[in-house]
Design a protein around this ligand. Structure first.
Ligand code: GDP
Ligand code: MG
Length: 439
C-alpha cells in the first residue's frame, strides 16, 4: 500500500494546486494501492470518489504543497472511513454486562475472550468467561487454561449441551456471583453456514448481550467485507475485534468493517500474549496505512519500557525531526528489551512491517546497527550529518565495528529517512525534508 501511495504523491510534484485533472493519475494509484491492500471494491470506489471531491475543494493553502494536501485529505478520509473516533466498549446500566463473541473458526475468538477478560480486569471489572464452543473438548480446555492464566473464572459444562443452554446457566451463575462482565466464547466454523447463525441467534436471545463483537482475522482480506456484512445482517453485531494485526496482513479488513456494517472496530489483537489487546485508533491506523509509520503507537509502546521523561524527550525530537543516533540507539535497545519485535517493528516509521518469519533477521540487524552506533563519537551520534558528509568517518566506523562501509551508509540513510517520514507525518505545514546525498 505504501509504495503505491508514494507513487501517487510523487505525481503531484511541481503542481501548484489540486485540480480535477491533476488528481486523476494519483487517484488511480491510490485506487490500485487500496485494492492491493485487500480493501473491497465497493469500499474503494466510494473512498476514491469521496477523496476526489474533497481534494479539489481544498484550494490553495499557503506553504502546503498539493501532494501534502492530498496526503492530508486521504488521511482524513481514511480516519472517517474507520469511524473517526475510538469506539469504547459499552457497559450495561445494571450488571452484568454481557459480551458475546462470534466469528469463523481460527480467527482468535477463544484467545480474545481471555485477553478481553484481562483487559477488563485491569479496568477494575470482575469477569467471568463462558465456554460456549461445545463441540470440541479441546476448545473448552483451551479456554479453561487461558482463564487460569489471566485469573478469571470459566463456566464450562462439557460438550453434551446446547450452546444456548450453557449460556443460560453461565449467565445465572454470573448473576449469582455479582460479576460485572460476562464474556461468552462461541464455536466457529470454517465458513458461514445456517447452523452457526441459528445457534448464535439462540445464544443471543438467551443472553440479551450488551455487545455482540465479531472477531475478524486481519489476514482475511477481501472477504472480510462480505463476512462482516453477513454477520451484521444475520445476528446483528455492535462492533468488531480485529485480530492478528501483528502478522503480515495488508490492512484491507480494517478499512472495510465500518463501511459495510456501520459498526466500528473496537479493539485490536496484536499478538499471542494475553496483554496484546488494545483499543482501535482510526487515526493511528490511517497513519500506518499511509506509510508514515505508527508514530503515536510507537511512542506509547516506547513509554512502557522507557522512563517517562525519556519518552517525552523522544516525542519532542520526533516532532522537531532532530532524532539522532542516540535516540536511535535508545529506541532500538528499548525495542529489543520489549521482545515483541513483530509488533513494534511494524510501528517504527521507516522500517516498514515485518512478517513473523523476518523477526529473527530484524533482531540480527538491530544488533548490527548497535555495533555501528557504539563506535561513533559523541559528536557523530548527535550530528548524523557528519557521517553523511564524510566517507572517511564512515570508513572508520565500519572498520571499528567490523562492518562494511556499505552497511554504515545504509544506517545513515535510514536515520535520515526516518527523520523525513516523521517530519512528513508531523507537519503538512512544513516543507518535507529531503535525503542528503552521501558523498
Ligand atoms: P478461535 O478458533 O476463533 O477460538 O481461535 P483461537 O483463539 O483458538 O486462535 C487461533 C490461533 O490464532 C491461536 O494459535 C492463537 O494463538 C492465534 N492468535 C489469536 N489472536 C492472535 C493475534 O492477535 N496475533 C497472533 N499472532 N496470533 C493470534
Ligand atoms: Mg475457539
Amino acid at each position: 500500500l505504501t509504495s503505491g501511495l508514494e507513487a501517487a504523491w510523487s505525481k503531484l510534484k511541481g503542481e501548484e494546486v489540486l485540480t480535477k485533472e491533476n488528481i486523476v493519475e494519483p487517484m488511480r494509484d491510490i485506487r490500485r494501492a487500496l485494492l492491493e491492500a485487500d480493501v473491497s471494491l465497493p469500499v474503494v470506489r466510494r473512498f476514491v470518489q469521496s477523496v476526489s471531491e474533497d481534494a479539489v475543494g481544498t484550494g490553495v493553502v499557503r506553504g502546503v504543497r498539493p501532494d501534502q494536501q492530498l496526503v492530508k485529505v486521504v488521511g482524513d478520509e481514511l480516519v472517517k472511513l474507520m469511524g473517526g473516533e475510538v469506539s469504547e466498549l459499552v457497559f450495561a446500566k445494571s450488571a452484568p454486562t454481557v459480551i458475546l463473541l462470534a466469528g469463523l473458526q481460527g480467527v482468535g475468538k477463544t484467545t480474545v475472550s481471555a485477553k478481553l477478560a484481562l483487559y477488563l480486569k485491569k479496568l477494575g471489572k470482575s469477569c467471568m468467561l463462558i465456554a460456549g464452543d461445545v463441540y470440541r473438548p479441546a476448545a473448552i480446555d483451551q479456554l479453561v487454561m487461558l482463564g487460569e492464566q489471566v485469573g478469571v473464572p470459566v463456566y464450562a459444562a462439557g460438550t453434551g449441551i446446547k450452546p444456548a443452554e450453557i449460556a443460560r446457566q453461565g449467565l445465572a451463575e454470573a448473576k449469582k456471583n455479582n460479576v460485572d462482565v460476562v464474556i461468552m466464547d462461541t464455536a466457529g466454523r470454517l465458513q458461514i453456514d445456517k447452523a452457526m447463525m441459528d445457534e448464535l441467534k439462540d445464544v443471543k436471545q438467551v443472553l440479551n448481550p450488551t455487545e455482540v463483537l465479531l472477531v475478524v482475522d486481519a489476514m482475511t482480506g477481501q472477504e472480510a467485507a462480505a463476512l462482516v456484512a453477513t454477520f451484521n445482517v444475520e445476528i446483528g453485531i455492535t462492533g468488531a475485534i480485529l485480530t492478528k494485526l501483528d502478522g503480515d496482513s495488508r490492512g484491507g479488513a480494517a478499512l472495510s468493517v465500518k463501511e459495510v456494517s456501520g459498526k466500528p472496530i473496537k479493539l485490536v489483537g496484536r499478538g499471542e500474549r494475553m496483554e496484546d489487546l488494545e483499543p482501535f485508533y482510526p487515526d493511528r491506523m490511517a497513519g500506518r496505512v499511509l506509510g508514515m509509520g505508527d508514530v503515536l503507537s510507537f511512542v506509547e509502546k516506547a513509554q512502557e519500557v522507557m522512563r517517562e521523561e525519556d519518552a517525552e524527550d523522544l516525542q519532542k525530537k520526533i516532532m522537531s525531526a532532530k532524532f539522532d543516533f542516540n535516540d536511535f540507539l535508545k529506541q532500538t535497545r528499548a525495542v529489543a528489551r520489549m521482545g515483541t519485535m513483530a509488533r513494534v517493528v511494524g510501528m517504527i516509521p521507516g522500517m516498514g512491517k515485518v512478517t513473523p518469519t523476518q523477526i529473527r533477521e530484524a533482531e540480527k540487524s538491530l544488533q548490527i546497527m548497535e555495533a555501528m552506533i557504539e563506535v561513533m563519537t559523541p559528536e557523530e551520534r548527535e550530528k548524523p550529518e557528519l557521517l553523511a558528509e564524510s566517507s572517511e568517518r564512515r570508513k572508520r566506523v565500519a572498520q571499528e565495528s567490523g562492518k562494511t562501509e556499505q552497511q554504515v551508509s545504509q544506517l545513515v540513510a535510514q536515520l535520515f529517512q526516518m527523520r523525513v517520514r516523521m517530519k512528513n507525518l508531523m507537519g503538512v505545514m512544513e516543507g518535507g525534508g529531503s535525503l542528503p546525498a552521501l558523498n
